[in-house]
Design a protein around this ligand. Structure first.
Ligand code: IMP
Ligand code: MG
Length: 183
């Protein structure tokens, strides 16, 4: 029987099996690239948390992790989104090789801001890893160094991604039924 979240899902875009297989590959690739470099995984809350947990366990090298939380908002008179930090990194990142872990790269506003911010704070290198890439909506010149899947211009939920803070605990990525938005 369908559970109360499943009945709101129009279609499954990425199954648990697809996610697991791709994230295993991504972890191995990062492991090869960063072996001996002790990178700092920096997750962008909240959406990253499920992906990050699986990615770091698929990456067999010495590393540590931090989280950063941002809120983006649109200023009525400025068309570009502005970003504010609501939880900052808890350690000195001078000279560190940072791997930013994002759930989805959409307009690019969040990552364009974070990249500049981290470089200003003295990071040696920034590598952008995103589970999903939605290139059709990009407004900033940001491309991921590693993306799990390219997705179409549809609003997706699950596996960490939310609609109005819900559906993060769906174990797969799905598209919501339109009537859920207009409730
Ligand atoms: P950007 O700054 O426009 O690239 O937005 C990135 C953030 O917007 C992501 O980290 C998500 O939290 C959110 N986001 C963008 N597209 C979706 C989506 O389809 N579903 C859920 N959240 C999304
Ligand atoms: Mg979100």
């Amino acid at each position: 029987m369908e559970n109360e979240m499943q009945q709101d899902i129009l279609k499954v875009l990425l199954t648990e099996e697809q996610l697991k297989a791709r994230i295993t590959e991504m972890g191995e690739q990062i492991g090869q690239q960063f072996a001996g470099k002790s990178p700092l995984f920096l997750g962008v809350l909240k959406g990253c948390f499920v992906f990050m947990a699986d990615l770091i366990r698929a990456c067999p090298i010495k590393s540590d992790l931090e989280f950063i939380a941002v809120s983006s908002y649109e200023n009525a008179t400025v068309s570009s989104g502005r970003v504010q930090i609501t939880h900052d990194v808890q350690q000195d990142i001078t000279g560190r090789n940072i791997i930013i872990v994002e759930d989805i790269l959409d307009s690019g506003n969040t990552l364009a801001f974070l990249k500049d911010y981290l470089l200003t704070k003295g990071a040696q290198s920034i590598t952008i890893v995103t589970l999903l890439d939605k290139p059709s909506r990009r407004t900033k010149a940001i491309t991921p160094d590693l993306a799990g899947f390219v997705v179409p211009d549809e609003f997706v939920v699950g596996y960490g991604l939310d609609f109005a803070q819900q559906y993060r605990n769906l174990p797969y990525i799905g598209v919501l039924k339109p009537e859920v938005y207009s409730k």
